[in-house]
Design a binder for this molecule. Structure first.
Ligand SMILES: [Zn+2]
Length: 452
């Protein structure tokens, strides 16, 4: 490149020199006359004068450009450094948020807001800083301002949902969640929080629609969707029953049982309605199928009710028919022990309790043993012995939340402790039950993971 440029310069110089020589060899004069003025000059001088004039014009133009452009260039440089300082403040603010220093983060957020004319970036920092510093109004203001921009609206809604929940304003949180769901129905946290909120407020039908959208968008797995839908149908069936609509209640309960017969609450509700409708035979079939998948003392009670049998000895036979569907479960032995106890067959009751208890009988077995000894007229020492053992015995199965492990007296669809829907399972603490079908186990583990 450089060589080429040198060559061009040589060529230009040579042409100029040749031109000058050529002009010197051919002298000539130029005469100009104007209003009594007369100018005599040679052609060479005139050419030099012309070149100087052109050079002066170019110089003048460049000077003018520099003078006019300078203030703008200065301003530009100033703006550049302002932006730089703004981004530095933004970085420092984000670092303060990450370090959990709310006051420091708010200081930098304010600085970044003043220096940068880009609300979307600085608003997020302001909101997070305010949240960290416990400034609720500041955080609400920043999150609300984020709704103005389409790029930050979704993030703003997430922040506002969190704020509303922290303030305990469920209606507000639900409204924001619905808005977020309309914006991005494929986002898992939106589907899950909207579903939970709708379930918590008893909007079963709306919750079912959310769940179905979640399943279509692959946010909720087919298996989890199936069991959750069954439990929603149970709630809808209960509502129909309360409204005096028995036929609808039964239809919904049947649909639920077809979806998830392994859920005790589903079986119990459906069989209960069948008994009310005077269909004891069908109720027994329902309970037998439920018992095979997930036995529970309430199902045994319903089975006895459905049989219509009142003779204590014959009731043992009824229970035998039920537990034949799942002989190895502790609930089966406990149900037989209970029936034997009610028929005053102490030896039989003791035998079933020994099988149920194994080497370390849980609380329920110890208590029933104490009752057997008491009612059979054994020594008081024996009764006290069993009651003492009950105090140290392993915990029983109970309705425990798979998300927060809270224990409940009776089954309910929404956990009273953490508000999760469909997480209550009949199990011992720290276990997922040893006879639950694999799909139920997988579902439980999934529900557990979900809350982390
Ligand atoms: Zn819970």
């Amino acid at each position: 490149m450089t060589t080429l440029r040198v060559l061009i310069w040589f060529a230009v110089a040579a042409v100029t020199m040749l031109g000058a020589v050529w002009l010197a060899e051919r002298p000539g004069t130029v005469t100009a006359e104007w209003h009594g003025w007369r100018l005599d000059s040679s052609v060479g001088v005139l050419l030099v004068a012309l070149i100087v004039l052109i050079g002066l014009c170019i110089g003048g133009w460049l000077l003018y450009r520099w003078i006019v452009g300078a203030p703008f260039a200065l301003l530009e440089g100033w703006g550049e450094s302002r932006k730089k300082r703004g981004y530095r403040a933004l970085t420092q603010g984000l670092a303060a948020v990450a370090a959990g220093d709310g006051a420091e983060a708010q200081k930098y957020a304010k600085k970044a807001e003043q220096l940068l004319a880009e609300p979307p970036i600085t608003l997020l920092l302001s909101a997070q800083a305010a949240q960290l510093a416990g400034d609720r109004d500041g955080a609400n203001r920043a999150f609300t301002a984020m709704l103005e921009d389409e790029h930050t609206a979704f993030l703003g809604l997430r922040g506002l949902i969190g704020q509303a929940l922290r303030e305990g304003d469920q209606a507000k949180a639900l409204a924001y969640a619905e808005r977020a769901f309309r914006l991005k129905p494929q986002t898992p946290w939106v589907v899950h929080s909207l579903f939970d909120m709708q379930a918590q407020t008893g909007q079963w039908k709306a919750a079912q629609e959310t769940l179905e959208t979640g399943q279509r968008r692959k946010v909720v797995t087919a298996d989890k969707g199936r069991t959750l839908k069954a439990l929603l149908l149970v709630e809808r069936s209960r509502a129909a029953e309360r409204d005096g609509n028995a036929a609808d209640a039964l239809t919904l309960a049947r649909e639920a049982f077809a979806l998830a017969p392994e859920r005790i609450a589903v079986t119990q509700h459906f069989a209960g309605l069948q008994i009310k409708a005077g269909d004891g035979k069908r109720a027994q079939k329902t309970l037998e199928r439920g018992w095979a998948l997930a036995p529970h003392p309430d199902l045994a009670m319903l089975y006895l009710e459905a049989s219509g049998e009142n003779d204590p000895l014959k009731r043992i036979g009824v229970i035998r028919r039920l537990v034949a569907h799942n002989e190895n479960d502790i609930e089966s032995q406990l149900a037989l022990a209970q029936a034997s106890l009610e028929a005053n067959l102490w030896g039989e009751a003791r035998r079933h309790l020994e099988i149920a208890g194994g080497t370390s009988p849980p609380v329920r077995v110890c208590r029933l043993m104490a009752e057997v000894e008491e009612r059979s007229g054994a020594e008081q020492a024996k009764v006290h012995d069993w009651l003492a053992r009950a105090a140290d015995a392993p915990a029983d199965r109970a309705w425990r939340c798979g998300a927060c492990a809270a224990q409940h007296e009776t089954w309910r669809s929404v956990c009273e402790s953490c508000g999760a829907f469909g997480t209550l399972q009949w199990r011992a603490p720290g276990t997922f039950g040893h006879v639950l079908p694999p799909e139920t186990r997988a579902e439980l583990e999934f529900a557990g993971n979900d809350k982390k």
